[in-house]
Write a protein that binds this ligand. Sequence first.
Ligand SMILES: [Ca+2]
Length: 105
Amino acid sequence: MPQTELESGMASIIKVFHKYSGHNCTLRKADLKALINNEMNHFIKKIKDKKILDRLFTDLDQNGDLEIDFKEFVALIAMVTSALCLHYIFIKHLRKSGSLTLFVY
Ligand SMILES: [Ca+2]
């Protein structure tokens, strides 16, 4: 039986995390930057500013061990996915109400 669409998405998240985390199964700051810039560039603006990377890394590193484990990484995925969901709901609402032309750029 083939994986469902959701299962495939979950497997992809795990695969991409391990692609950048290597054998330690944790992301260092440079790994996180590379992952975001290479794998999430349609949803998140590329990180070029060190201060932004430092802030994001600190926010994600809940236990303060200077590494991002999978559980901490999933928080980023959840945040971005939630924001995307709100965006799609907003666009859908605008399309239904006929106001979309005001917000399309
Ligand atoms: Ca950590």
